[in-house]
Design a protein around this ligand. Structure first.
Ligand code: FAD
Length: 503
């Protein structure tokens, strides 16, 4: 009798190290490593060619790693169910292995269909946990311990050898420029595991020295942030590998013991917190998949939807709002596919509060621009920065203050908004105040003070609803962080959330 086949379906986990489904399948018998390019996925509003470029690099690396084990990646283009049905015919009954995926609504529904198909075919699908995200939780109590326990498990070695099914026909890897993946993009961060390891190594060794010092600076943060987000999103490195490599580096620095080592350790500790935030945010979408479409706190439904202004959206999306830092941040994102956290938060705050655009219209647009698009972080952060979670501080950023704080000389602004290249530093943050403002740069789309006053009144009114607090407590029980808040912040809180303006 022929050994049954073990199909390993690679999704957002494009590596062979610390890959439990592959390790288990390799132990169990003959393996088919499979990646499926699903045309319907690539037509969604939240995906883009930028993502494909990164995935393309990563698939090339993954295939190379498999070839080093005398195997190769089977690539198929088509709907998953057709691909699986075809393989069922060619290979006979198989066992399916993959990581659990916490993706967008489309992949969630797709996985439910795969589950139903497997059940009907009598096929076992082993979906193993990915990162620190725990499937099946209804409350966040105890989640952090479960997550940390996973992070301290030993990293799984890549299989020493693979026994592969050889005679299966692979489709060619679609080109980076294939029209299936949408419109052309400017530069894209390089993908692939080898690059990911290089980026991790340079961050831990050197770049992290200025991590916290520069994390909010729109230009220089590109060098001193880890830049691992896309590698984590597509799984060329596992979060556990990154976390453990960071801890090893921190132990070495503790032995070194001098001031420089202490400083770097502090930065790495802040980085570890963010890796935990990553799992915390993805866990929210895992527990509540409709976060992509519905406000976390239902009191905010119906607040902005009917006020959508296409002209405002276009000005924001193209970087022509008349606020220099907003426009520079957007244009830099268009050019590079990455921008630091504070600038992301500020762009969303401006769209949601100043322009009163519904987050459901702006989130897919930024998802396409971010190389590191991770639905779990993305939608939860969008909701936070739009004030609709009901359990987080409401933060409304003042774009002029952000500009003065984080680009005081206007270097970043001048780089990305050439219309302002000759504007002196004195006027660079508010060029509309110049005696003769530049003709080819627009005046502010909205007045900051009155836009914020309007937004504040709207948000406050929703928060005064009868059952606002009881709903907020329910949201917090299900999805809220259990980490301890600084005393000062707790003392200031009158209810579940605080409002902060002009940050
Ligand atoms: C509106 C908005 C949308 C966002 N969308 C995404 C997204 O689609 N994909 C994404 O990876 N990040 C997203 N972020 C979070 C954050 O901005 C990026 O993770 C970070 O800028 C990526 O750069 P880095 O890898 O150098 O980060 P580092 O600062 O080096 O952080 C290391 C890792 O920690 C995680 N992380 C960092 N900051 C956060 C955070 N605030 N919340 C959750 N996890 C975090 C990421 O996995 C990141 O790679 C979003 C933030 C906002 C405000």
């Amino acid at each position: 009798m022929v050994d049954p086949v073990h199909l390993v379906w690679f999704k957002r986990d494009l590596r062979i190290q610390d890959h439990k489904p592959l390790a288990e399948a390799a132990r169990a018998g003959r393996v088919v490593p499979l990646y499926i390019v699903e045309p319907d996925y690539w037509r969604l509003p939240d995906v883009s060619r930028r993502h494909w470029h990164f995935i393309h690099d990563s698939l090339v690396d993954l295939n190379q790693a498999l070839q080093d084990l005398d195997a190769s990646l089977l690539l198929r283009v088509g709907p998953v169910l057709s691909v699986l049905a075809d393989l069922r015919q060619t290979c006979g009954p198989f066992t399916l292995w993959s990581h659990q995926e916490t993706g967008n609504a489309w992949t969630y529904e797709r996985d439910k269909q795969v589950q139903a198909w497997c059940k009907a075919q009598g096929i076992v699908w082993h979906e193993l946990p990915a990162h620190g995200v725990v499937r099946g939780l209804t409350s966040r109590d105890g989640w952090s311990d479960l997550r940390n326990a996973r992070m301290s498990e030993a990293v799984i070695e890549a299989p020493a050898k693979l026994s592969c099914v050889r005679d299966l026909a692979s489709d060619p890897l679609p080109d980076k420029e294939d029209p299936l993946f949408g419109t052309a993009v400017a530069s894209v961060q390089k993908g692939g595991r080898r690059e990911g390891l290089h980026v991790l190594e340079s961050f831990l060794r050197e770049r992290a020295k200025k991590y916290m010092l520069t994390i909010s600076k729109p230009g220089i943060s590109a060098r001193h942030c880890s830049r691992l987000s896309a590698h984590i999103a597509y799984g060329t490195l596992s979060v556990r590998e990154i976390e453990q490599a960071t801890q090893r580096r921190m132990q070495d620095l503790a032995v070194q013991g001098d001031d420089e080592a202490r400083f770097l350790r502090k930065n790495l500790s802040a980085f570890l917190s963010r890796l935990a935030w990553r799992c915390h945010f993805v866990q929210k979408l895992e527990q509540q998949p409709d976060l992509e479409f519905h406000c976390q706190h239902r009191a905010f439904e119906g607040m902005r939807e009917d006020a959508f202004r296409q002209d405002y959206f276009e000005a924001w999306a193209s970087g022509h709002t008349g606020y220099p830092l907003i426009d520079a941040a957007m244009r830099s994102l268009q050019a590079n596919g990455w921008i630091t956290f504070r600038m992301r938060a500020m762009l969303v705050s401006f769209a949601s509060y100043h322009l009163w655009l519904d987050w459901r219209q702006t989130a897919p647009f930024l998802a396409r621009l971010f190389t590191d698009y991770e639905p779990g972080i993305h939608y939860a952060q969008f909701q936070m920065q739009s004030g609709v979670t009901g359990i987080n501080a409401v933060r409304m950023y003042n774009p002029v203050k952000q500009s003065l704080d984080h680009d005081p000389e206007g270097k970043f602004i001048r780089r990305y908004v050439p219309e302002l290249a000759d504007v002196p530093a004195q006027w660079i943050h508010e060029p509309w105040r110049m005696p003769q403002p530049p003709k080819d740069y627009p005046p502010p789309l909205v007045d900051h003070a009155s836009a914020i006053a309007f937004a504040r009144a709207q948000i406050s009114a929703r928060r005064k609803g009868d059952d606002f607090q009881s709903q907020a407590r329910a949201v917090n029980q299900k999805l809220g962080s259990r980490s301890k808040q600084p005393k000062r912040m707790v003392a200031r809180k009158k209810d579940q959330t605080q409002l902060a303006f002009d940050l």
